[in-house]
Write a protein that binds this ligand. Structure first.
Ligand code: C2E
Ligand code: CA
Ligand code: CA
Ligand code: CA
Length: 279
């Protein structure tokens, strides 16, 4: 009993500290959303499996705080979503990405299409389509230079409205991927109505390739479905040669993961993947 009470008190104290921590983190994040300080974008390449040709990049937000150090997006993105700070942060990220693309184009480099992750709140902004149009215009980017990744749950929420927004984005040639595909528990019938371009198979299934028959079955099912619907398939989180070989058997042509390239800074990305052609 005694011990139980102590444990309880300890637990309370721990919770209290944690609440405090989250509050501090949120204040810091609010500050960062306002100033942009400590925010950086990393880019992870996406390749054609067969030819090794660069086919795209995913923009991933990084946050460095002077006191907290490097904070993982796994921690600060959910916080940003809960607090609504994802809107100013997301707007900042988009401008950082667009500015970077403009600079690369001005340097004569040929950056690939860049995919930006959108959370529900961002996707449901009534002026999202206008924002994306303005972004391309302001930075002088070719149509569809910036695309998006969304999770299934977002698209299933208000399907008719989602279709409208997606159609408008597709009219601008934006690529739209369903992220973490296969992890939702939804029926697949909705897919035929959604104007998306890409299914991005969740890392968990790629990691399970060669380990569990279930993962292989899911990869096979997703690729079969994508073929029928005319969608491209990306495997994310590819870490080993064995996984890449397995993906060849299922004719997955686009791969992203530590095997072919980790997320790197813009400078690193340009150096490694956008080297200017030698005349
Ligand atoms: P995600 O969209 O599924 O992004 C892929 C995550 O997997 C990234 O983690 C990436 O670094 C990691 N990854 C890539 N290849 C591999 C691999 O081969 N093995 C392993 N183990 N991991 C790999 P990161 O950058 O920590 O981002 C985590 C999540 O945070 C993202 O998952 C995304 O949901 C969210 N996120 C990151 N940046 C943004 C953003 O700008 N906006 C929004 N809304 N969410 C973001
Ligand atoms: Ca993603
Ligand atoms: Ca993903
Ligand atoms: Ca994920």
């Amino acid at each position: 009993k005694q011990e139980g009470r102590n444990t309880y008190r300890l637990f309370r104290a721990e919770m209290h500290r944690q609440d405090h921590h989250w509050l501090e983190l949120e204040t810091a994040l609010r500050n960062t959303a306002e100033t942009g300080e400590g925010l950086e974008v990393n880019y992870q390449p996406l390749f054609d499996r067969d030819s090794g040709i660069l086919q795209g990049a995913e923009a991933l937000l990084r946050w460095h705080h002077p006191a907290f150090g490097q904070v993982s997006p796994v921690d600060f993105i959910p916080l940003a979503e809960r607090s609504g700070l994802i809107l100013p942060l997301g707007a900042r990220l988009m401008r950082l990405v667009a500015g970077q693309l403009r600079d690369w184009l001005a340097e004569g480099l040929a950056p690939p299409r860049v995919a930006v992750n959108l959370s529900a709140r961002q996707f449901w902004q009534s002026d999202l389509v206008a924002q994306v149009r303005t972004l391309h215009a302001d930075y002088g980017l070719p149509r569809g230079q910036v695309g998006f990744e969304l999770t299934e749950s977002i698209l299933l929420d208000k399907q008719q409205q989602a279709i409208h927004t997606l159609e408008a984005l597709r009219e601008m040639d934006c690529r739209i991927a369903i992220d973490d595909f296969g992890t939702g528990y939804s029926s697949l019938s909705y897919l035929q109505d959604l104007p998306v371009t890409t299914l991005k198979i969740d890392r968990s299934f790629i990691q399970g390739l060669g380990e569990s028959l279930g993962s292989a079955a899911i990869v096979a099912a997703v690729t079969g479905l994508a073929k029928e619907l005319g969608l491209e398939v990306v495997a994310e989180g590819v870490e080993t040669e064995a996984q890449r070989e397995a993906l060849a058997r299922y004719h997955v042509n686009l791969i992203q993961g530590f095997l072919t390239g980790r997320p790197v800074t813009a400078e690193g990305f340009a150096e490694r993947y956008l080297a200017a052609e030698i005349p």
